[in-house]
Design a protein around this ligand. Sequence first.
Ligand code: SF4
Length: 310
Amino acid sequence: MLDGVADAPAIFIMATMGITVTQTSVRNILTRSSGYLHSVASHSLQPYRGCSYGNSLCGAGCYVQHNVFVTKGRPWGDFLEVRRNAAESYLRGFERERNWARQKLGSFGIFMSSSTDPFVPQEGRFGISKSLLEAMLLHPPDSLMLQSHSHRLSDYCPLLRQLAGETRLSCQLTIESDMDRLPGLPPPASTVDRRFEAAARLRDAGLKVVITVAPLLPIDRPEEFLRRIAQVADAVVIDHFIGGDGSDDGRRSMKTALPAAMAQVNAASIDLSYRDAIVRLANSIMPGRVGVGKDGFAGRYLPAPSNAGS
Ligand code: SF4
């Protein structure tokens, strides 16, 4: 996902644990959506460029690694640019972008984030996402989708509760499988259990929680997994790397180690029919609360099956 901005020269900060962290400033933090996100939200917003989770499980198939505009040839997971003026840029662009979105699309919605994770470990030090959420309290979008792979999202519960009073807020936590490991791939940024605990905390705080099973990985015990999701989430969105990785046939993901690792666990899982079977099961367990692909990310859910509840 392009984030169409020209950043100022980076100020080098540190290179620890294999990741180079720099500070930059961004010209326009609000990017008008295109491609996959077009029907999901009017804008995307990246507090950071690069992602500290690039060398974890989700990074293995992460489609952003193919975006040379973002990587500039750097290995994915090896760099993080801290956009120190992100909140200032948001406030400066707010009125212009809100007016544009409302006029063109009827609503000013933000997807945060599509090319990084707002809750990377470095957020604890730099607080860029926090500063953006605080800026949104002053000037809220019509809707905000907060998307993360990390349990750290739930550290922001008090602020998120305030924000939920000002905008349609959806806390989207990705849990792609009930398994923490796939053969030959690194561990996840947050364990499955920690992410479920975070989802429960967010829900207990009265926030809307959506679990994004994206990309869908092989699931050891599908029924148990989906029932667990049903307990902590308002909805589930299921997406496969085919159709969900920015190419129409999954070819971007096929260049990565992800499909082979998936196939080692369950050969059927690299086919769209696997997604369809999981979707059917999910809709029987969470009728009317299941979304597929970008429709799901946009909050458009499948109708409940006619025999639901019978
Ligand atoms: S958290 Fe998101 S952006 Fe970061 S590596 Fe994982 S999938 Fe990619």
